[in-house]
Design a protein around this ligand. Structure first.
Ligand SMILES: *Cc1c(COP(=O)(O)O)cnc(C)c1O
Length: 416
């Protein structure tokens, strides 16, 4: 794939070296290479095996609870039309749909991917599963499926995050996982990722590394995207059923970028469709306290791949900041970096304050308590929808429920 010329299809990547243009690849220790190649082969085989495909479909339906509904958010739509009218444009205001992935078992989209990786681990005969987690959502999804399949589960988590995310630590323990607090570096997600990679190198024979977003060395970014693409595939069918045509725009929040990639990928070649990825701008891009790797970072290597990262002037990885723990990842999946450079997807950002306002609007207008991550996407919906015609169909990925965030929100609102 050429770096900056547009390809005939946006959906064929990565190339055989795992590159999306200038991004991705496999930047790992020599000792890991044989494993990564073994994993890649196992995934290639599984993808074509009707037994694997059927088992995945069965579990997505009966255990995860898919398909998730595509829901017409009527009062949010009315609200955006009101905003348009107040701005002097009563003829504007897009029709807003929510893809309800917050209704999945474990409360977010993460389970779609973890299910795929755990079924793959079983196929490969691996009985020890390791994962890293920041906010704890990926750790909970991994612990859940390890319990379901009777596998050993070890979750690396920064010591700071263990303290910040106690309810999820407790959930993981209830589900039988061992949570290992990581005390190196800044004791957060990037340090947990390093320790997980180190564990993998040490225990190569028995261990499967379950990565929670579209990052890591090839084939993870493509594999996680494929497992999450169930979101976009369902959305295509459901929108055809609801409106008789495809949507006009898609929008999703981005931490590492897996829920967004899952919604976007099946639509990338429909070039008339506008696509928006929303990063977390924290206290604002100029404050330096944010998690916007594309809008406020530059390319480097982390977690086995080359991508846009938050770095200081010396090339050290900076800690990301966001009110939403699930968005404070200092990098972004390499496919997003590529889609950004070739301008197929527009990357924008929402601040903590904007997300909190959208969070409250969603509760009050739709009776849905969203996670703070999709609240970032909703904040941008509330800005973009009022500028679009009334027959414009907009889909937002409501990728997680907000139960986990009520204390954060309470603290913030109390502090006001
Ligand atoms: C983990 C998480 C995210 C961020 O991860 P992506 O890979 O960017 O999807 C976003 N929303 C929710 C609800 C999450 O749990």
């Amino acid at each position: 794939m050429n770096a900056l010329t547009r390809p005939n299809s946006f959906r064929t990547g990565p190339d055989e070296n795992g590159m999306f243009g200038l991004f991705g690849g496999r930047f790992v220790a020599e000792t890991l290479m044989p494993l990564i190649l073994e994993l890649q082969q196992a995934y290639e085989d599984a993808k074509k095996d009707p037994k694997f495909i059927d088992e995945m479909a069965f579990m997505l339906k009966h255990y995860v609870g898919r398909p998730s509904p595509l829901y017409f958010a009527e009062r949010m739509t009315e609200k955006c039309r009101q905003i348009a009218a107040e701005a002097g444009h009563p003829e504007l205001g897009a029709k807003i749909y929510f893809k309800r992935d917050e209704l999945n078992h474990t409360g977010a989209h993460k389970v779609n991917n973890v299910l795929g990786q755990i079924l793959l681990a079983r196929r490969m005969g691996k009985k020890r599963i390791i994962a890293e987690t920041g906010a704890g959502q990926h750790g909970v999804a991994t612990a859940t499926l390890c319990a379901r399949y009777g596998l050993e589960c070890i979750v690396y988590m920064g010591a700071v995050d263990v303290e910040r995310q106690k309810p999820n630590v407790f959930r993981m323990k209830m589900l039988g996982a061992k949570v290992v607090p990581v005390v190196s570096g800044s004791k957060t997600l990037k340090d947990a990722m390093n320790d997980a990679l180190r564990d993998w190198v040490t225990n190569v024979e028995t261990t499967f590394y379950c990565i929670g977003t579209v990052a890591g060395p090839h084939p993870y970014p493509a594999m996680v995207r494929d497992f999450q693409s169930v979101i976009g595939k369902e959305t295509r069918e459901q929108m055809m059923e609801a409106e008789g045509r495809l949507p006009d725009s898609l929008i999703a929040a981005i931490g590492g970028g897996s829920n967004a990639m899952g919604l976007f990928h099946p639509f990338l070649d429909d070039e008339q469709i506008e696509i928006y990825g929303v990063e977390a701008a924290g206290h604002g891009l100029s404050s330096g306290l944010h998690a916007a790797s594309l809008t406020g970072g530059r390319p480097g290597v982390l977690h086995g791949n080359r991508t846009y990262l938050l770095m200081d002037d010396d090339g050290q990885i900076k800690d990301a900041h966001s009110i939403s723990a699930g968005l404070d990842y200092p990098g972004i999946g390499p496919e997003h970096s590529w889609l950004h450079d070739i301008k197929r997807v527009q990357y924008i950002s929402a601040t903590d304050d904007e997300a909190l306002e959208a969070f409250q609007a969603c509760c009050a207008l739709e009776g849905i308590i969203p996670a703070l991550e999709p609240a970032h996407a909703l904040a941008k919906v509330m800005q973009i929808a009022p500028t679009k015609p009334r027959d414009h169909l907009m889909v937002m990925n409501l990728c997680g429920r907000g139960d986990k965030d009520i204390f954060t929100v309470a603290e913030y609102l109390g502090g006001m």
